[in-house]
Design a protein around this ligand. Structure first.
Ligand SMILES: Nc1ncnc2c1ncn2[C@@H]1O[C@H](COP(=O)(O)OP(=O)(O)OP(=O)(O)O)[C@@H](O)[C@H]1O
Ligand SMILES: [Mg+2]
Length: 338
């Protein structure tokens, strides 16, 4: 399976008055059509920043971006990071689309849903406004909004949170993109609606053979819908694995900590939050970024965790992690999750 998206050594930094914020560092991953890659990690770990880079949405005048994010289009590969901004603008919405964290901020309050969807469609299609509204109505129908013909004339504030999120999905998919990035698409919704939206994304992914990147805080969601996962910490990928490997054989203490923090069905267990906070992205410490919060760093000899950033190593095919612990030590650490 050829990858649709290949991100290589992506670094995004923002100069600020306090110093350079290194929001993502050496981020590399790929996603194929039909595949769902989950991205997890605490707030501020670089999930949105790396996705916005793939969408070409950072301001090139202010953000410092290096590395590449290659989309393998039918017409040939295009690197979003180095391509002309006009080329990227034309690809956005058509080749790659994103559902944002806050759907209200992405919808215009003064235009009807139909007008907004229709405009999005007409950017890439020859057609009258009436054709656009027809297409908008079909999309609302496709994402499960009842009475689409009427609702297409309504405004964002007339939709509930779950319905608004469906509108955002319709907007993102109206031009049949090959890559969909969904940034916490269900965080604000109640559990039943969450499940419906995730199922909708999954169904549409299968129907259109899309590559999907799903950003979430929720490991339960990951287990349910993703094929692989990137675990991010302080701007870096600390573990990358197939879902079963990540859940049953995690290779990084941070992943182990995250797994300990999900309640298990049928098991009385206290919720475990990882104590402490991530380091400042302006002054990243020497050595491993997770060291200050890691229960196991004292087991590594030679003070290595404090002096050397572990490389992202592939121990078995497709399973990578950044940690100095030996396999025997990890094996013990994994016991904490069971
Ligand atoms: N334009 C910017 N200027 C300066 N710093 C920024 C900018 N955009 C993002 N950051 C910083 O980059 C870091 C990564 O942010 P990002 O939005 O990717 O986090 P996230 O993992 O998506 O978190 P959350 O789960 O809260 O959405 C944060 O520390 C954030 O404050
Ligand atoms: Mg985010």
């Amino acid at each position: 399976m050829k990858n649709f998206l290949e991100v290589n050594n992506l670094n995004v930094a923002f100069p600020t008055e306090d110093g350079l914020v290194r929001a993502t560092n050496e981020v590399s991953f790929s996603v194929a059509r039909g595949e769902t890659l989950a991205v997890v990690g605490e707030s501020g770990s670089g999930k949105s920043v790396s996705s916005l880079a793939v969408m070409g949405l950072h301001n090139r005048k202010t953000a410092q971006i290096t590395g590449s994010a290659i989309l393998n289009l039918e017409s040939g590969p295009v690197d979003v990071i180095s391509a002309d901004e006009e080329v990227v603008r034309r690809m956005r919405g058509k080749e790659m689309a994103m559902i944002f964290q806050d759907p209200m901020s992405a919808l215009h309050p003064y235009y009807s849903i139909g007008d907004q969807l229709s405009e999005a469609w007409r950017l890439y299609n020859e057609g009258s406004k009436a054709d656009g509204i027809k297409r908008a109505t079909e999309m609302l129908d496709l994402v499960g909004i009842p009475n689409a013909a009427k609702r297409v004339t309504e405004f964002p504030h007339q939709f509930s949170g779950g319905m608004r999120q469906r509108v955002m999905i319709a907007m993102a998919l109206i031009n049949n993109p090959s890559l969909l990035i969904a940034d916490e698409p269900t965080t604000a919704l109640d559990v039943t609606v969450q499940a419906q939206i995730l199922k909708l994304i999954r169904d549409l992914q299968i129907e259109f053979n899309m590559a999907v990147i799903l950003i979430t805080h929720d490991l339960g969601v990951v287990a349910e819908v993703a094929d692989r996962v990137n675990v991010m910490y302080a701007g870096r990928i600390v573990e990358q694995a197939k879902i079963d490997d990540a859940f049953y054989s995690p290779d990084h203490p941070y992943t182990i900590g995250l797994l300990q923090s999900i309640p298990r069905v049928g098991k009385q267990q206290r919720l475990h939050a990882i104590p402490g906070q991530p380091p400042s992205l302006i002054n990243l410490p020497e050595g491993c970024s997770f060291r200050a919060r890691c229960e196991y760093s004292n087991q590594v000899s030679g003070n290595l965790c404090a002096t050397k950033m572990p490389a992202l190593q592939e121990k078995i095919a497709g399973h990578l992690s950044r940690c100095h612990l030996e396999e025997s030590q990890l094996k013990k650490a994994r016991e904490a999750v069971k």
